[in-house]
Design a protein around this ligand. Sequence first.
Ligand SMILES: [Zn+2]
Length: 260
Amino acid sequence: MNSNNIEITVKDKLIGLFQLQIIDSKIDEIRRLRGELPLKIQDLEDEIAGIKTRESNFSKEIANLSKQVDDKKAQIKSAQALIKRYNLQQKNVRNNREYDSLTKETEYQNLDIKLSEKRIKEYKSILSQKKLQIEDTHKEIADKVMDLNASKLELDAIVTETKKDEEKLQIESDKLGNVIEERLLTAYARIRNAMRNGLAVVSVDRDACGGCFNKLPPQRQLDIVSNKKIIVCEFCGRILIDKSIMDKEEENEEELDFDI
Ligand SMILES: [Zn+2]
């Protein structure tokens, strides 16, 4: 009779811990959901800043190239003016040498004009490329800003929506925590803190610990099934429960994801 009482007590403790784990995992899930969005928002803001830097570099390059085109155009104009002047001067030369010299100058200026025209063509070709690139950055920025705004809205919605759920779950968690003996609750909290996925209570799955997946010795498995004492995994330290406890409890829970 006495041993039967102890058996029920340990089982109750395990059920209590398991229920607490379910509630706490739900709280974890809410925090995780919210936790990724601020990071995403930060990433998007960084990316947008990066693209804007690229955009401003393109703008500078475009301005620089446009100025070079203008310079070359001015150079052509002054060469043309010189040619005009040489042609006039040729009408008043005193000898052949002066005439030839002016012809050479004119040829030189004509070459200079050709060279400037060639450069202008090159600059314009680069300019049209840069203009396409800057258009791309505009599109990229517009896309990212759209994504950013959507993420911000999503985050706001999640915060508003989950705040109540989280508070409710926290109250449930505290309530359950109050009825679990302190020593056990402390152990549970300690294990939970040590685990990246926050799972302190796991079931045995295919002869292995559901937390670290190490195979459990047969005797240990029998001990777990008997629900007579609280057994922890010798590999990861998590509290192990028999699946049958879970199945019973699962009926009352809509969603149970222990593979997180
Ligand atoms: Zn384990």
